[in-house]
Design a protein around this ligand. Structure first.
Ligand SMILES: [Zn+2]
Ligand SMILES: [Zn+2]
Length: 206
């Protein structure tokens, strides 16, 4: 799967833009969750920068979506220690990626609702170790870069000679150690981890 288009708010909706879980009981002959409006091949991902761990009775995070709106992410059917947030990289300041997230509407109109993750989907929630705006920027950049095909050194832009790829992310490439060290100290030491995580979630097939 190629890196999806981070500029596309259908692929990366806000919390308010998520499809809602239908909570009204359906007639007996129908399935309780309506999938008719959704193409099974179509995927979307809710992105949220983690603000706080608010676990009391079940694992719960408070996040900000790409519009800056806060929402709660709850892991259903699990005890307070049911998700090892630390081991999963789901820590304050990092960005959580929730595939096919649905919004549970509030019972009370003054509230905002939340996103509940079923126990069998808990493992599908992934983390990118960086703030959400940077994750979106690098996601866009990575998609364009792969479409264009990278040529030349990412430090000095020379195109002749053999290039060596960054061994951590496997994405940036350099003509030599000098360019690599400079890029690393400039910004790549932070971006490298983000690129690596994006790549692991949306593996490209080549
Ligand atoms: Zn160079
Ligand atoms: Zn790298």
């Amino acid at each position: 799967m190629a890196v999806p288009d981070f500029a596309d708010t259908a692929a990366f909706p806000t919390f308010a833009g998520l499809p809602e879980i239908v909570t009204t009981p359906s007639p007996p002959q129908e399935h309780t969750t309506s999938d008719s409006s959704n193409n099974q091949d179509e995927d979307w991902f809710l992105l949220g920068q983690i603000k706080d761990n608010m676990t009391i009775t079940q694992p719960t995070l408070v996040l900000f979506d790409r519009a800056g709106s806060p929402f709660a992410l709850m892991f259903d059917g699990l005890g307070p220690g049911g998700v090892d947030f630390r081991a999963r990289g789901l820590r304050k300041g990092s960005t959580a990626v929730v595939p096919r997230a649905r919004r549970t509407p509030p019972k009370d109109e003054s509230k905002r609702g939340f996103v509940a993750v079923a126990p069998e989907d808990a493992g599908s929630v992934r983390a990118v170790p960086g703030p959400l705006p940077r994750v979106i920027e690098l996601g866009k950049w990575l998609r364009e870069r792969r479409a264009a095909g990278a040529v030349g050194c990412d430090g000095c832009w020379r195109e002749d000679g053999e290039m060596k790829k960054c061994t951590a992310c496997g994405e940036l490439q350099y003509c030599g150690k000098e360019c690599q060290a400079k890029a690393w100290n400039d910004s790549h030491k932070i971006d490298c981890k983000i690129i690596k995580a994006i790549d692991a979630i949306w593996k490209h097939d080549d």
